[in-house]
Design a protein around this ligand. Sequence first.
Ligand SMILES: *Cc1c(COP(=O)(O)O)cnc(C)c1O
Length: 418
Amino acid sequence: MKTPFVTRDQLEAICQTYPTPFHIYDEAGIRATARAVNKAFAWNEGFREYFAVKATPTPQILKILREEGCGVDCSSLTELMMSERCGFQGEEIMFSSNETPAEEFVKANELGAIINLDDFTHIDFLKDTIGYIPETISCRYNPGGVFQLGESKEGFQVMDNPGDAKYGMTKPQLFEAFRKLQGMGAKHFGIHAFLASNTISNDYYPALAGQLFQLAVELKEATGADIRFINLSGGVGVPYRPEHPANDIAVIGEGVHKKFDEILVPAGMGSVRLCTEMGRFMLSPNGHLVTRAIHEKHTYKEYIGVDACAANLMRPAIYGAYHHITVMGKENAPCDHKYDVVGSLCENNDKFAVDRMLPKIDRGDLLVIHDTGAHGFSMGYNYNGRLRSAELLLQEDGSVRMMRRAETPEDYFATLVW
Ligand SMILES: *Cc1c(COP(=O)(O)O)cnc(C)c1O
């Protein structure tokens, strides 16, 4: 069972000031998650989680994570600018982008960020853009093929398709890149890879780490490069469905530790520091999309129309993703009604739930859509002239703080030339 981090009474009180729909985030949950991650990797000196800004690009959240010792992983100019304004600097910033415009390399370099090159050709592109190769540089690896983990104890399988992904360098390119970069003045190296997304398995990071540690040993032997850090990137999943087991970050940290001791330590590489770039794991469960039922429609199916739409949360529309729904105040009522819960877009995939068994919903009921803290608000868009919602923070003392106001029609019109 999934329990919201706010009660109906709290939400009704919040709605007096901030009308639905809105995204709300749980400060205590965010801090607890960050602390659990740091604890799980405390055995690795210099470990840092670089929060993937694209998951939740909201300054107050970035500042909370900074207080918890996290850095940021940026993928664009505006993310770099936002991170700078939140106080991140130098090696607290990882810049992992692809098909990177020149001005973004310039900005990343100006901030002293660690630049993670997605492709072999970006070496020359970076040199031509900023005039030199930074002393510290990272390269993104793509092993190709299919990444597969056997079934976990819970019966889940992890499978993804790096060979079909546009990111990263092949193994021969990676070796060539290290040699070329050394020739151009690079002194300290990092390796990065992202092979599977939303993994529900405590084995993903350890399996990835095993591959990358082995690769690091080979790279060091072949090129003599001074490899300072290995970046496990994102991909640690969350249980969107109530029946899915949650990943245990402590178990994951120990699994990586074991690979570290087996592979890197005997190779004399025990001082390599680890990085992660989790977005989803850090934030998803710590955010809700709150919306109100405003219509019910009975045609060939039973529809509940809500005041949020796919423009506020795109994942169900584009991935068919499951997001759990709690009808507030009816937590203990039987789920004996089958509904499609839909938004207002003129687009038939604008459905938060299809054939979902829920308690009887009445107009005016508040619905919490769970696990929207990452890749939720941030994927928003303005189709049908729909406006982006507010983002609120439920602070540790129980008070609510607005982190981003809702868009107004003036915002929507602001860029138009009439
Ligand atoms: C999206 C992304 C992440 C975060 O992925 P999650 O699935 O949210 O953990 C990390 N690193 C890079 C390079 C990404 O593109």
